[in-house]
Ligand binder design. Structure first.
Ligand code: TXA
Ligand code: MG
Length: 318
């Protein structure tokens, strides 16, 4: 018996229906390689307003415009040499570039929270790629969670978060990367590190040199003002063991004392831990623990994104 592919091939009927729904101003849940997104036509302010409504998202926090390919990215944004280099190396993939916007070119003001910049990404998942190709325009899509909650990495989690607002939800299996895209700002001055995510910092710096920390400029880093990624139970990070009543998320071969233990990665692989992170936070939550204790995670590679999400979930940042 052959194993089914981890990522199902896009069903052409579902893809066509999704493109039609987007064109009609409806919301659609779509899988990406990072997390599931709640998508709308980026040019349609009413549809984009419905995203903010469904997520309970503050309107000062702009959305990412997803496009089918580099040519489509060039139609909505201005790419300098650094942007072209990163796009050539990492698109399609888990990298979002914040760039000067081309006004009136398909991403409405509300999607950008009124900024003169636009966040652009070419996702790698075959289902959203097929929908973007069929639809033709840019698609605004934040993670499909309600604002402040962990991002969904399965169809079921996405539907339970924002399914009520969506006309349609497309299945793409469990997300491969598991944390959101890395966000880099390429505006005037040095490249800016805006969000750790699915593409490791070192791979970006190897290409365009050191990234500047974003600092506290709210105009450039609006997402940093928002509390994030929190399950219902409190989160305790860098925990070497569980206390009574806690669920423990272990990394590597941790202490065997915890009776209620979920493993982020038995082998201590940060990539696997990223893939499982949000799903296990949700699974831990369902056990209604006094807290979710999480083992220390090394800050290397995707560990940087994991630690960013965990410290925000624990209320230590933002
Ligand atoms: O992997 C991902 O990026 C997923 C999937 C669905 O593509 N999307 C996602 O979107 O994580 P969201 O809305 O949850 O996060 C977008 C981040 C926010 O932190 C937002 O503040 C930032 O990108 N952002 C969007 N536009 C921006 C802009 N013009 N300037 C600075 N930051 C921006
Ligand atoms: Mg999000």
């Amino acid at each position: 018996m052959t194993r089914p592919p981890a990522t199902p091939d896009p069903d052409p009927h579902a893809v066509a229906a999704a493109a039609r729904a987007l064109g009609a101003g409806q919301l659609v849940i779509l899988p990406t390689e990072t997390v599931y997104g709640l998508a709308a036509d980026a040019a349609n302010p009413d549809a984009v307003a419905a995203i903010f409504e469904a997520k309970g998202r503050p309107r000062f926090n702009p959305l990412i415009a997803h496009v089918a390919d580099l040519a489509a990215a060039r139609r909505i944004a201005v790419l300098d040499d650094r942007a072209e280099q990163l796009a050539a190396a990492f698109w399609p993939g888990p990298l979002t570039l914040v760039l000067p916007v081309r006004e009136g070119a398909g991403v409405c003001d509300l999607a950008r929270a009124g900024l003169d910049t636009v966040a652009v990404r070419v996702p790698a998942h075959p289902v959203i790629r097929a929908v973007l190709q069929a639809f033709g325009g840019a698609v605004a899509a934040p993670s499909a969670n309600r604002s402040g909650r962990p991002s969904p990495t399965t169809l079921a989690d996405a539907v339970s978060e924002t399914g009520a607002a969506a006309a349609l939800a497309l299945n793409g299996g469990a997300c491969d990367v598991g944390v959101e895209s890395t966000v880099v700002g390429l505006l005037e001055g040095p490249p800016q590190w805006l969000r750790a995510g699915g593409l490791e910092r070192a791979r970006i710096e190897a290409l365009i040199g050191p990234l500047a920390e974003a600092g506290a400029d709210a105009r450039r880093t609006p997402g940093r003002l928002v509390a994030h990624y929190a399950p219902d139970a409190p989160v305790r990070i860098n925990a070497s063991a569980a206390r009574p009543g806690e669920v423990y998320l272990s990394f590597g071969t941790g202490p065997e004392t915890a009776s209620d233990r979920l493993s982020l990665s038995e082998t201590g692989d940060v990539r696997e831990a990223a893939q499982r992170l949000f799903r296990l936070l949700r699974a831990a939550d369902r056990r209604a623990p006094t807290a979710i204790a999480v083992a220390p995670i090394p800050d290397t590679g995707l560990g940087e994104a994991i630690n960013d999400r965990l410290s925000r979930a624990a209320g230590k940042v933002g």
